[in-house]
Design a binder for this molecule. Structure first.
Ligand code: FES
Ligand code: FES
Length: 163
């Protein structure tokens, strides 16, 4: 006989909206975002904290959402890639990735962009070394990283951050 797992209430904020969900105690934040809220911009790859595809912001800090239990997010604020655009306009970080050809298959892109966005919240003009260090946990199989680094550095030239 299959064991029935009782779901637990979770109240948190996602992309500025208050959200209430019933989640399994072992559900990850990535699962809650993708399966319950249909925010499928957040990708999952390794599900072991190795690839960074699932990166989102939790109370302003970038986390691997595959490693965070949804229930740990009670009362906290989550920002996903869907939360960056404003009034139909891409966030400047998203535009920079597009303009620099930093998106190829695109699978890593939401995680890369969220990690780069988080870096610039703390450091508006990161050096190349700082960008490389911040993106160390985000893997890309397509671009060779150069275009991604260039995209992030391009925002050091005074482009706006509508965050
Ligand atoms: S899916 Fe989360 S780090 Fe790879
Ligand atoms: S663009 Fe394909 S994995 Fe990065």
């Amino acid at each position: 006989m299959r064991e029935v797992v009782e779901k637990v209430d979770l109240a948190f904020e996602v992309n500025g909206d208050s959200v209430r969900l019933a989640v399994s105690p072992d559900a990850t934040l990535a699962e809650a975002l993708r399966d319950d809220l249909e925010l499928n911009g957040t990708k999952t790859g390794c599900e072991e904290g190795e690839c960074g595809a699932c990166s989102v912001l939790l109370d302003g800090k970038v986390v691997n959402s595959c490693l965070v239990l949804a229930l740990e997010c009670g009362g906290k604020s989550v920002v996903t890639i869907e939360g960056l655009a404003r009034e139909g306009r891409l966030h400047p970080m998203q535009e920079a990735f597009v303009n620099h050809g930093a998106i190829q298959c695109g699978y890593c892109s939401p995680g890369m962009i969220m990690t780069a966005y988080a870096l610039r919240l703390e450091n508006a003009s990161p050096t190349e070394a700082e960008v490389r260090r911040a993106l160390e946990g985000n893997l890309c199989r397509c671009t060779g990283y150069r275009k991604i680094i260039d995209a992030v550095l391009s925002l050091n030239n005074g482009e706006s951050r509508h965050d």
